[in-house]
Every structure is written in structure tokens, then in C-alpha cells.
Design a protein around this ligand. Sequence first.
Ligand SMILES: NC(=O)c1ccc[n+]([C@@H]2O[C@H](COP(=O)([O-])OP(=O)(O)OC[C@H]3O[C@@H](n4cnc5c(N)ncnc54)[C@H](OP(=O)(O)O)[C@@H]3O)[C@@H](O)[C@H]2O)c1
Length: 281
Amino acid sequence: MIALAGKTVLLTGASRGIGASMAIAIAKEGATVVGLSRSQQGLAQVQQQIEAVGGRMIAIPADVSRVSELSTLIKEVKSAAGPIDILINNAAIEIYRAFQNYSLDEIQRVLSTNLLAAIELSRLLLPDMLAQQTGHIINIASLAAKKGHPYDSIYSASKAGLLMWADAIRQELSGSGVTVSTVCPGYVKDQGLLSDTKVHAPRFAGVSMSKDVVAAVIKAIKTDRAEVVLNENAYMTLLTQFLFAVEQFSPRFGDMVNRWLGVPQLNLKRAEVQSAMVQRS
Ligand SMILES: NC(=O)c1ccc[n+]([C@@H]2O[C@H](COP(=O)([O-])OP(=O)(O)OC[C@H]3O[C@@H](n4cnc5c(N)ncnc54)[C@H](OP(=O)(O)O)[C@@H]3O)[C@@H](O)[C@H]2O)c1
């Protein structure tokens, strides 16, 4: 069992949503959280909450989608916080569209934020972790990493890419002291990018609470889990994993399940709500 106390954890997407709850929970475990996100204000609020319970957070505003600037950012992180023991790749964005309607800029933004930033941050931090023969990289993927979600194809691609890249490097790093985990949550109802759109998850798809995602992340670090699928409760999680196994044999059966659950309709609705939100802002 790996303890978090005394560790330094670099967490992307710490300013709001599940990442903010993760930052607070990790700080309560006695770790120093180095929080990255674009919103300085969001980070400051999380930092206040952490300091109120006696924890420590270093807030560094940064846009992780600027992948070529991440090496400079990591120098800043290390000079502010010292060596990083644990990297949590949590920051992500989702843009819902029919595939042909994505602009190249949108595709690049989703892939850079959700996938390339995670890969590049890990590449930059790995040499120190390997030298210390200890370290943990944890990636927050999604059930969309396991089965594509229509009208959310670029997000699905980013999360599937994250899962497979992590799966490959976990094997490369076996025996090095550096471990890799990926957590794949289902719809989260109380916080984050689904609840922000105020669109409810499909009735039978399962919904999780952000505290369960946070608990799964902490457990994955402490017990070095390779991959964690998380959907509402133990029964739904087992059913979800069983469906994914069947879908390996028959992707069309999986398409049918997604249609029956209402995943395409949900994402079309989210596309509408998102474009209304963009127009208002
Ligand atoms: N919510 C769900 O239902 C659900 C389900 C499955 C998986 N997940 C995964 O869980 C993770 C957290 O999602 P969430 O629901 O908490 O999302 P969220 O509420 O939208 O929060 C996303 C976080 O990422 C940060 N971020 C976005 N773009 C960034 C950029 N370019 N540079 C730096 N930080 C950036 C945001 O901060 P700024 O805007 O301040 O930059 C924010 O802190 C994501 O990986 C998501 O894919 C969520």
C-alpha cells in the first residue's frame, strides 16, 4: 500500500469539477497538491479550501493544451514544488458535434488537452521518476475510452488514446518502480462536465458521484491498479465490464446498446446546450 502523505502530486484540471474535489481529498491525505488549470480564480478557491483544512496546495495557472510550452512549465513546477512523485492527468474538454462539423481547431484543442498534454507531461516527468525508482502516473479516462460515443467522437478518440498509451507504457515501465493507472468513470451527476450542461445522463446508463471517482483515484494510486472502470455501484460496474467484453466480439451489439441507452440522443442534446452556452458567453 502506497501512502500519499508527504508526496507531491501534480494534478491537471484542479480548478473545478472532479479535479477540485480530487485536489482537496489528496491534500487531506497529507500530500502537497500542485494544481494546474487556466483559471487562476478557480485554483485560488480550491487552494483556500485546502488551506482551511490545514493542507498545502501550490497553484500554477497554465494552459496544458499548449503542449510545446509544457517543458518550460515543468521547470516552473519543479522550482516551486521540487520533484513530482505523482502525476494525475485529469484536465479535459468535451465538444459535442456531428464529426463532419468539427473544425480542425476544435479537434486539435480536444486532442491537445485530453491526450497530448498527458503524454507530454508524463514524458517530461518520467526521467526524474525513473532516477528515483518511484513514481505514479494516473490518467482519468472515461467509459468513452472503451466504446465510442457518437457526436463526441474526438473526446472518445482522446480517451481511448489515453487508455491505450497508458496500457503500453505501464508494460514498458514494469519493474522500474514507476507505475501507471487509468480510471474510466461513467457519467458523473453531481459535478463536472456533464452536470455543467444540466443534461441528465441516460436513464439506464448508470451515474456515479464525484466522491466515488475521487475515492477510486486514491485507491488506484495506493494499491497500484492498472485500470479501474467505475459506474454507479459494484453491480452496474460489473454489468458495464461484461457489456464491454461482449462488445469486443460484436461492436454492432455495442452500437445497439448505445442506441438503446440513448447515448447518441444525449450527445445531440448536449451539442445543442453547449452551442447555446457558447452563444450566451
Ligand atoms: N463529469 C463526467 O461525467 C465525467 C465522466 C467520465 C470522465 N470524466 C473525466 O473526468 C475528468 C474531470 O472532468 P470534469 O467533469 O471534472 O470536468 P470539468 O468540470 O469541465 O473540469 C475540467 C478541468 O480541466 C481544466 N482544463 C480544461 N482545459 C484545460 C487546459 N487547456 N489547461 C489546463 N486545464 C484545463 C479545467 O480548468 P480551467 O477551465 O480553469 O482550465 C477544469 O479544472 C476529465 O478527464 C473528464 O474527461 C468526467
